[in-house]
Design a protein around this ligand. Structure first.
Ligand code: FMN
Length: 362
């Protein structure tokens, strides 16, 4: 009997059917991906520890014993305390004035809820608590978006949790291996994410070679079975994607922003610091253009930029201020043209990859 070419090392590692990992903020997408045989990863970084604990419980209820992951962003150099007033007191007046000017220019009312990026400060204090609840809940996978602190990796492994590190270059991949990561996600410049400057096609085989025999997932622009087949040819053991799940039927994004994503082509995205203070690929909007204009203030470092703009970004979403309203989006966006169920996205990707790989091997 022929071996399934999609049965790779990560399938054995996690007991999953198809080596497709889906980053998402939606519990509905988590459920659909898990039931279809992929491995969903819940993006928890903007959630409080209490919310994370509840989300993990809900995930378990909805997917039974299937594997899943939780993603946290744990950058170094964040302030110790979750003290918004202390951060606000340090915001440069010219930056505050620029945000006020944008609010006036576009008539942005106050947000209807606490700002997603500003309701707590990304700080060591919050990160410790987020990590604590994730470790206590023992999901099969903890993914570290930025930074993989060795003490977190060690404790996770002691509790039987595998740790994946997202990296954008070989140096960071080696650092993640030294910290004890079980899985490396080589995420290229193409990604709808905090990205480095190396494209996915160049990055993946370099990371594969540097961290062998650890399994590597290819990320950044992955939206089809052709990408999955190519990733395996580049030496990866699977793929990890984010943008394509935003446009699925289960994704709770507002219809207007889903339409923007479906209509976008690869050159409608830009790498900008205008959202979080770190380089991040987003849809081009009047917001990204305003901050990228050389005549305007430079975005502040994380987490100061979060506090500077977090309430305003949430207000833009709450009031659907079209020209300013965007989303993270990778360069693969040009191939995402219709809203489809997440399970169909996954199974069609797998089927297309099998067909391509079968044709290659005759
Ligand atoms: C809306 C959105 C939010 C994201 N937030 C995070 C995050 O909090 N942590 C993280 O590790 N990656 C995050 N990512 C990046 C994904 O994990 C993934 O690496 C990326 O989407 C891959 O590129 P693609 O968008 O081209 O598929 C996000 C991606 C999107 C689209």
């Amino acid at each position: 009997m022929n071996r399934d070419p999609l049965h790779t090392a990560v399938c054995d590692l996690f007991g999953m059917e198809t080596p497709i990992f889906a980053f998402t903020h939606s519990l509905e997408v988590v459920k659909a991906v898990a039931l279809a045989g992929g491995l969903p990863v819940f993006g928890a970084t903007r959630h409080t520890p209490e919310e994370i604990a509840i989300a993990i419980e809900r995930i378990r209820e909805s997917i039974g014993g299937r594997p899943f992951g939780v993603d946290l962003v744990l950058p170094s150099g964040m302030p110790e305390r979750n003290d918004r007033a202390a951060i606000e007191a340090q915001l440069p007046p010219a930056h505050v004035a620029f945000v006020e000017q944008l609010k006036q220019e576009y008539g942005i009312p106050p947000p209807l809820r606490a700002g997603k990026r500003s309701r707590f400060v990304r700080s060591a204090e919050v990160a410790r608590e987020q990590v604590r609840v994730v470790l206590e809940a023992q999901p099969p996978l903890l993914a570290c978006g930025i930074g993989s602190p060795a003490e977190v990796v060690t404790e996770a492994k002691e509790r039987g949790i595998r740790v994946a590190s997202l990296v954008g270059n070989v140096k960071h991949a080696r650092r993640a291996v030294a910290a004890g990561a079980s899985l490396i996600i080589a995420q290229g410049y193409d990604a709808g994410a905090h990205t480095g400057e190396i494209g996915t096609f160049s990055l993946v085989p370099q990371v594969v070679r540097a961290v062998a025999p650890l399994p590597v997932l290819a990320a950044g622009g992955v939206v089809s079975g052709a990408h999955l087949a190519a990733a395996l040819c580049l030496g990866a053991a699977g793929v990890w994607s984010g943008t394509q799940w935003l446009a699925t039927c289960e994704s709770p994004l507002e219809p207007a922003i889903k339409q923007k994503l479906l209509a976008a082509s690869a050159d409608d995205t830009t790498r900008t610091r205008a959202i979080s203070g770190k380089w991040n690929r987003q849809l081009k909007t009047a917001w990204t253009a305003a901050w990228d204009d050389p005549g305007t203030p430079n975005p502040l470092p994380m987490p100061y930029h979060d506090i500077l703009v977090g309430d305003t970004l949430t207000a833009i979403q709450d009031h659907q201020i079209g020209p300013l309203w965007g989303s993270a989006a990778g360069q693969g966006i040009g191939l995402i043209t219709e809203e489809r169920p997440a399970a169909a996205v996954l199974t069609e990707m797998a089927a297309e990859a099998r067909t391509i790989l079968a044709a290659l091997t005759g």
